[in-house]
Design a protein around this ligand. Structure first.
Ligand code: FAD
Ligand code: FES
Length: 293
C-alpha cells in the first residue's frame, strides 16, 4: 500500500462542531479536522462512522461540501451535507456538538481544473453536495488543498459562470440553495411534483439550454444512476464534455473490498470493472457504461 493510501486509511476520531437541519431529512455536519481541511479538494469524499463504537461497523461515504475556515481564513474543519436514508445516516442525525465521530480520507480523486467558460452542474436528489466547493473553486472564490490560503482568492483562469440545475422530488428536499447562490452559482430547480421550478426531470432543464444553442464548456453530473444515464445520452447528442461523480455503494473507501466497482470503457475500447473509490468517483461520462434495464 502506498503512502497516500496509508494516510487515507488512517482513521481518526474528530469532534462534531455543528449538525443542523437544512432541508427535510437533510443535515449539514461540520467536523473539526484541520488536517482534512488542509488537504481535501472538491470532488473527493470522506468516510464517516457515526461513533467510536462498531455499530455500524462500516463508514458511509460523503462528498466534501465545503471546508470550514476560522475568522483568519485558517482551515478549521469540513462540512458534509447528508440525506437520512438508513441506519448510518439516521445515527449521524443524532450526533450533537461535542460528540465524537470517526473519519478517514480524503478519498478518491478531485475534479479537473476550471473550464475556460461556463460550467453547468446537474444534480439529482442529494447529488448537489460536491458542487458547492467545486463552484467556489472554479469561479475563483476559494482555494482548496495545497492551494488553501488565508490570504485572498486564488489566481485564475476560472470559469466565467456556474449554474446548478438541481432536481428533487419536492421543494422541501432542496438543500443548501442559498449556499450556492451566495457562492455566485445560479440555481434552477426541477421538482417531480411541481412544488418549485420546472415540473419534471432535471435533465429537461439542460436539454432546453442545449436546444436553444447554449454550449457549456463543461457539464458535471451527480445523482441517481437513471439520471446520470439520461444525462450521458443528452450530452453525447450535443457533444458537450461531461464528467460524472458516481455514488456507488462503498464498504472500505480505499480500494480493498471491490464493493464499489462500475463498468468503465478503457482506452482500447474494452470495458472493465473499476473501483469507484480509488479510480473515481469522477469519470468522463463517455466512459461510463450504463445497462439499459
Ligand atoms: C463518493 C460518494 C459520495 C457520497 N456523497 C454523499 C453526500 O454528500 N451526501 C449524502 O447524503 N449521501 C452521499 N452519498 C451516499 C451515502 O453514502 C449513502 O446515502 C449512505 O451511505 C447511506 O447510508 P445509510 O446507513 O443511511 O443507509 P443504508 O442503511 O446503508 O442503506 C439504506 C438504503 O439505501 C440504499 N443505499 C445506500 N447507499 C446508497 C448509495 N450510495 N446509492 C444508492 N442507494 C444507496 C441501500 O441499498 C438501502 O436500500 C455518497 C456516496 C458516495 C459513494
Ligand atoms: S469501497 Fe472498497 S474497494 Fe471501493
Amino acid at each position: 500500500m502506498d503512502a497516500v493510501a496509508r494516510s487515507c486509511v488512517a482513521q481518526r476520531t474528530v469532534t462534531v462542531l455543528e449538525n443542523v437541519a437544512i432541508a427535510r431529512d437533510t443535515f449539514r455536519l461540520r467536523l473539526e479536522d484541520p488536517e482534512m481541511a488542509r488537504s481535501i479538494v472538491p470532488g473527493q469524499f470522506v468516510m464517516v462512522r457515526p461513533g467510536p463504537g462498531t455499530d455500524p461497523l462500516l463508514g458511509r461515504p460523503f462528498a466534501l461540501y465545503d471546508v470550514a475556515r476560522d475568522a483568519s481564513g485558517a482551515a478549521l474543519g469540513f462540512d458534509v451535507v447528508y440525506l437520512v436514508i438508513g441506519r448510518g445516516t439516521a445515527a449521524l442525525a443524532g450526533r450533537r456538538p461535542g460528540d465524537r465521530v470517526v473519519v478517514w480520507g480524503p478519498l478518491g480523486h478531485g475534479f479537473g481544473p476550471p473550464p475556460g467558460r461556463s460550467a453547468v452542474f446537474v444534480a439529482g436528489g442529494i447529488g448537489q453536495t460536491p458542487f458547492l466547493a467545486l463552484g467556489r473553486w472554479w469561479l475563483g472564490r476559494a482555494s482548496y488543498g495545497a492551494g488553501l490560503s488565508p490570504s485572498g482568492p486564488p489566481a485564475g483562469p476560472f470559469a466565467t459562470s456556474a449554474t446548478l440545475l438541481y432536481g428533487v422530488r419536492t421543494a422541501a428536499l432542496a438543500a443548501g440553495v442559498e449556499d450556492f447562490e451566495r457562492a455566485g452559482i445560479a440555481v434552477e430547480l426541477a421538482t417531480d411534483d411541481g412544488s418549485a421550478g420546472h415540473r419534471g426531470f432535471v435533465t429537461d432543464l439542460l436539454a432546453r439550454r442545449l436546444d436553444r444553442g447554449e454550449r457549456p464548456a463543461k457539464v458535471v453530473g451527480c445523482g441517481p444512476p437513471a439520471m446520470l444515464a439520461a444525462l450521458s445520452r443528452l450530452v453525447e447528442r450535443f457533444a458537450v464534455p461531461c464528467d460524472l461523480s458516481l455514488e456507488n455503494h462503498m464498504a472500505c473507501g480505499f480500494g480493498a473490498c471491490f464493493s464499489c466497482v462500475a463498468p468503465i470503457r478503457q482506452p482500447d475500447g474494452s470495458v472493465d470493472l473499476r473501483r469507484v473509490c480509488v479510480e473515481g468517483p469522477i469519470f468522463n461520462a463517455a466512459d461510463v457504461v450504463w445497462s439499459r434495464a
